[in-house]
Design a protein around this ligand. Sequence first.
Ligand SMILES: C[S@@+](CC[C@H](N)C(=O)[O-])C[C@H]1O[C@@H](n2cnc3c(N)ncnc32)[C@H](O)[C@@H]1O
Length: 235
Amino acid sequence: MNDLTDREAVRTQYAREEHLQTRSSVWRPAADGRDPSEIALAIVLASAPGDILEIGCGTGAFAARVAEARPGASLLATDLSPRFVELTAARGVEACIADATDLPCGDDSFDLVAAMWMLYHVPDLERTLAEVRRALRPGGRFLAVTNGDEHVADLRRAAGGGPVITQFSSQNGEEALRRHFDVVRREDVRSRAVFPDHAAAMAYLESSEEGITWDLPFFDGPREYLGETTVFVAS
Ligand SMILES: C[S@@+](CC[C@H](N)C(=O)[O-])C[C@H]1O[C@@H](n2cnc3c(N)ncnc32)[C@H](O)[C@@H]1O
């Protein structure tokens, strides 16, 4: 299993937004038109209005879309990175620095908690899931989005690497959620990473700071690789 939980590496990776933006910018919907972020947004908007918490909010892009679609919603976005909290607040979303393993709220505080592409980073997954359960009111919903072992694995293999295997993935996330929640639903999506050229694919690989010397054979023109992403809803 790849260790994406090292606290210092996480702080360095997300001290600034450029790496995350490099990776986020390549994603396009699956061939059938489905998009994980759109599916997640639809789930939030289909929920009854109430108190919403996002953990590991990144630059606040998703929280801002929720706020725009649900003006007046009670929404709190949190992240470990001071820079990301600053960027999220600049979008007009209430935001604070918080570790997902120790949520700054009382029991039964939220109707929906969202964790988008972040549970593979937390140092103690069981404690984080217990914290989410504690923070949710009875009947509340937990939205968790993550990637699978085959996420851009063909690109990584072509460049001399291997798949990224994590503690919370399309493969093992459902089992982890079932240890804390009664009902778990899932939707699996094969999004497409579209690279305009070889340099863009190299920039994507190098943005993850894994200490690998990538060796991607040169190619001319655009190229696509498949992602593997799952949207989980637990209650
Ligand atoms: C891959 S980024 C995803 C960001 C955002 N959710 C998105 O989808 O663009 C992972 C995020 O989780 C945050 N993070 C990592 N470990 C965390 C922790 N223990 N508590 C809170 N946030 C954490 C990082 O700072 C980063 O913003």
